[in-house]
Design a protein around this ligand. Structure first.
Ligand code: TRP
Ligand code: ZN
Length: 500
């Protein structure tokens, strides 16, 4: 990737291969018309039984999320034992040298969207000990990443129910389609959970698709001396018997890929922004000094972003800084992005911009990823422009000057239609996505553009949005313009568009 252009947050770890064929497979692996997959995932698994679907029909991750219900709240009560002396599998052999053990329970409050004799949860790995639905034991089975629950009594459509899963084990690290690592990552002095796109299913059962956002309360117990940092606000912290319990509260809806839990030794700094927003920063002690100057700018970046993008959608902010080797990339975990080492100002801007674009306005499916990464990348361009660096127009022109021979990856596919799951983190999603936004800005003018952006974050605050929602919204805001060619050539068209 060309040096002088702001780099994609993740392009360094992305696999070079671009899949040529688009395969859209339904939850059951059957080749049904897409509509049959059901955006709301209401398809049964056949046999005339009321079984919620194994997935919600995501084009790239067909088993992500589950049909037949919406999760409203997660209550996770976990203990992390780095020495692995727990015995998760009940074999009489504690973890020991096999590694740390995570154990506890997840209680989900959900609403049935159809009658359910059985339903799925996503959970990859871990040993499930017991499942209850509304307090009564439920039978369950495992099939790959699906935990299938059959309550003692059928759930009637519209009804709110509680499912509790007691589980334990050594959470997995997953390798993404693009080759990078996610899920539960062991760090130098603990662990960190990174969930984009599907890694959160390694450490708690749930509806692990961005379309099912929910509030979350996480209680986590770790050995005294270690710190547990998560999303939202720290409600309580108590130590007894050599263990410390941290209670984290996330009131605003959160897509599960944005959930994090970092356990380790941290230097914690708490403050408030001039607007009174709590700031909670946790830095690995080896990174604390190097992070100080970048993180000192966090309140300034927050104020800048709120001015450009609209009111900050969450109740607290901050950051988690791990060691560079602990993760290969940063992630916009809600309230509190994770950084692999001290962030640069650009990366800080990128991850904080995601709080608006991705965390509050969340993609409907993983195909809409450019709405996250295009906006976060464009935020970097705007910041650079406002800091007196190259203007966004200059950045755009510099990128546009590359041809299909000099920067092949940039023009490999259209941002709104990545050919495969391994492409959702590729350059067109980031850079060409930002170029689309810049073309809109040029079409409507600077002031109207920022009004449009603020209107967009307001219209879909704490909700989901698709590319179609976005183009329809832009057209409504600027009815005098013809955006047809822009969508056709820049958003959906193959190859380098003819007109800059
Ligand atoms: N969203 C991250 C960022 O912009 C990058 C990333 C991490 C990512 N995991 C991903 C992008 C999975 C696509 C898919 O900083
Ligand atoms: Zn990003």
């Amino acid at each position: 990737m060309p040096r002088s252009v702001p780099s994609s947050a993740r392009s360094v770890v992305r696999s070079a291969a671009v899949r040529s064929a688009v395969v859209r497979v339904c939850a059951l692996g059957l080749l049904l018309p897409l509509a049959a997959c059901g955006g709301s995932g209401d398809g049964g698994t056949g046999g005339g039984d009321d079984v919620g679907a194994a997935g919600v029909g995501d084009p790239y991750f067909p088993k992500a999320g589950n049909g037949g219900y919406d999760v409203h709240h997660y209550a996770l009560d976990l203990a992390y034992d780095p020495d692995g002396t727990d015995d998760p599998d009940g074999t009489g052999r504690p973890g020991g040298a096999d590694g740390p053990v995570l154990s506890g329970s997840a209680r989900l409050t959900a609403r049935a969207t159809r009658d359910l004799a059985a339903f799925h949860l996503d959970l990859d790995g871990m040993t499930v000990r017991r499942v209850t639905v509304d307090g009564r034991a439920a039978s369950f089975s495992r099939e790959g990443q699906e935990l299938i629950v059959r309550p003692a009594a059928r759930l009637v459509s519209g009804r709110t129910f509680e499912v509790t899963v007691a589980y334990a084990g050594r959470p997995k690290t997953l390798t993404d389609p693009d080759g990078s690592k996610e899920g539960w990552l062991r760090t130098a002095d603990g662990a960190v959970a990174l969930g984009e796109p599907t890694g959160s299913m390694t450490w708690f059962p749930g509806g692990h698709h961005p379309s099912d956002k929910a509030a979350c309360d996480l209680t986590v117990t770790v050995p005294e001396g270690l710190t547990a940092v998560s999303n939202g606000e720290l409600r309580a912290r108590r130590t007894s018997g050599g263990r410390t319990t941290f209670v984290w509260h996330t009131a605003e809806p959160m897509a599960t890929y944005l959930a994090t839990l970092a356990v380790g030794r941290f230097t914690v700094t708490r403050s408030t922004t001039p607007d009174g927003l709590p700031v909670h920063v946790a830095a690995d002690p080896t990174q604390a000094a190097a992070s100080r100057s970048a993180l000192a700018r966090l309140p300034e970046v927050m104020a800048w972003a709120a001015d450009r993008f609209g009111p900050y959608p969450f109740s607290s902010t901050g950051a988690i800084v791990e060691r560079p080797g602990d993760s290969a990339y940063a992630l916009e975990t809600q309230n509190r992005p994770v950084f692999p080492g001290a962030p640069t100002p650009d990366l800080l801007v990128h991850e904080l911009a995601h709080q608006w674009f991705g965390d509050s306005v969340t993609p409907r499916t993983w195909r809409d990823m450019w709405l996250n990464e295009g906006f976060a990348t464009y935020a970097e361009w705007l910041w650079t422009e406002d800091e007196g660096g190259p203007t966004a127009e200059e950045t755009f022109q510099e990128l546009y000057a590359y041809g299909e021979d000099t920067y092949e990856d940039l023009w490999a596919f259209p941002p709104a239609d990545p050919p495969g799951a391994d492409d959702i983190s590729a350059d067109p999603v980031y850079q060409r996505g930002a170029m689309v936004l810049h073309r809109i800005r040029r079409t409507v003018g600077d002031k109207a553009f920022l009004d449009l952006v603020r209107g967009w974050t307001a219209a879909h605050r704490h909700a989901n949005a698709s590319t179609g929602d976005f183009t329809a919204y832009v057209e409504r805001q600027a009815p005098d313009q013809d955006f047809g060619p822009l969508w056709r050539d820049w958003l959906y068209g193959e190859g380098k568009p003819d007109r800059p």
